[in-house]
Design a protein around this ligand. Structure first.
Ligand code: TRP
Length: 430
């Protein structure tokens, strides 16, 4: 069975915090261990340029995020772990997708619209401080996803619109140029609660209420001491409902541990003691990773090598796929047979070969009659070139080529004389 491809990107614009860990890093690392899935994890550093113009911060964030993923147990042997800017096919694909994306669709993207609305509300020029990068954000993200024909993209709710746009791009491209892309699906982790921050609101860099994932033990303790609580005194029963401290605890604790803390709340545990319990519980999970993290951060060359090896793996897929896409849109060698303008007309009247890529990554072709009925279908080829060669042989030799190709074809969908007639018709028509 062809495996399902999962793909997730993280913008390299900050330092990972406990909210990122609970909401994204930990579930993704667990998912990457599932059998039958092929996972792509990447550092979206081109996306970071849209938000940040401090080169040193981008570099530092890339290092910290990569180290966090690895320290949390992501196995670069098992998944494809790479940095977006090491895969030049991604910006190249961005352009092809730009040309099939309606400007009106991008006008409606939430982040861009919010920026424009804010300017309008303050009676500024609507486009003040809005870069074309912000406007194009969804296309770059579409290219990230479609480059690897990911089936599933685990994201937060705020990203659903982007996945829908990527689906639209896939469909528009396929409609114009044939089936090349799989329209991706968003996967929303309902079970992963958003973690509250120090002030009880969602933990987020923009609220400045985060606990860095790899704070030192001392820092962690100090930050936890700053989590908001109510003013109930030691001995007074306390509510777990609405308690940020309790919610954070739950994200790390087992059922039994949570039940025990709930009981302690009812029994009037002092806030200081509850904070100590939380601190020890988090530290128990993070401490072993912290060591690995510090080792990685102190050896950036190690991470660099891992990312470059990941890019090689990513490009094993991206490079041939980009060759196929360039060909599909007409960026072709001038010596290749010109099929141009007449092709569309001929297509309606003649049988035709269609080349496509399966979810297993293999290249296939089929022969359909003028009405689109299947006549013949190939097995998988490792490259589009091999599939193209088999088609060329059939076009050149007609049904005479069939016996020699039988082991590369599925059993014929119709009787051999129908296939032979179609090949004959094709040869006559070209
Ligand atoms: N936009 C995502 C975010 O800010 C990051 C991202 C970039 C991404 N490209 C992606 C996520 C592709 C999933 C798939 O969270």
């Amino acid at each position: 069975m062809p495996s399902t491809r999962f793909l997730t990107g993280i913008t390299t614009s900050g330092t990972p915090h406990l909210g990122n860990y609970v909401g994204s890093i930990r579930p993704s690392v667990r998912a990457s261990l599932t059998a039958g899935v092929e996972s792509y994890y990447f550092l979206a550093d081109y996306h970071a340029l849209i938000k940040i113009d401090e080169p040193a911060r981008i570099q530092r964030s890339t290092l910290e995020i990569a180290a966090s993923w690895l320290a949390a147990g992501l196995d670069p042997e098992r998944v494809v772990f790479y940095r977006q800017s090491d895969v030049p096919e991604i910006p190249e694909l961005t352009w092809l997708l730009t040309c099939v994306t309606g400007k009106g669709v991008l006008n409606r993207a939430h982040a861009y619209k919010a920026a424009v609305d804010k300017n309008t509300a303050t009676e500024q020029d609507p486009d003040m401080d809005v870069t074309a990068g912000l406007f194009m954000y969804p296309v770059l993200m579409g290219a990230d996803i479609l480059m690897f024909n990911a089936h599933k993209v685990p994201v937060g709710r705020d990203q659903i619109q982007h996945i829908e746009m990527a689906r639209d791009m896939a469909n528009s491209f396929n409609h114009r140029y044939g089936e090349h892309f799989v329209p991706p699906q968003a996967v929303i982790e309902e079970s992963v609660a958003t973690l509250p921050g120090l002030d009880g609101r969602k933990m987020s860099k923009s609220y400045d209420n985060t606990i860095p994932l790899f704070a030192t033990r001392e820092q962690l303790k100090k930050l936890i001491a700053g989590i908001v609580t109510d003013s109930r005194a030691p001995g007074e029963p306390k509510e777990t409902e609405g308690s940020a401290l309790y919610q954070i605890y739950q994200a790390f604790a087992s059922e039994e541990e949570s039940t025990a803390l709930r009981q302690a709340y009812a029994d009037g545990i002092a806030w200081g003691d509850a904070k100590q319990v939380l601190f020890e519980r988090i530290d128990r999970e993070i401490a072993p990773m912290r060591e690995a993290y510090l080792d990685l951060i102190n050896h950036p060359a190690k991470i660099e090598a891992i990312l470059l090896a990941g890019a090689v793996k990513a490009r094993q897929r991206a490079t041939p796929f980009m060759t196929e896409l360039r060909h599909a849109v007409g960026l072709r060698k001038l010596g290749d047979p010109v099929q141009a303008a007449t092709q569309k007309v001929a297509k309606t009247a003649l049988p035709s070969f269609k080349q496509y890529r399966e979810t297993d990554g293999q290249f296939r072709f089929k022969l359909v009659d003028a009405q689109g009925h299947l006549l013949m279908q190939s097995l998988g080829f490792a490259s589009p070139k091999q599939a193209g060669q088999a088609i060329a042989t059939l076009q050149r030799e007609g049904s005479a080529a069939l016996p020699g190709l039988m082991d590369q074809l599925e059993p014929l969908a119709v009787d051999v004389s129908t296939v032979a007639a179609a090949l004959q018709q094709l040869a006559a028509g070209t």
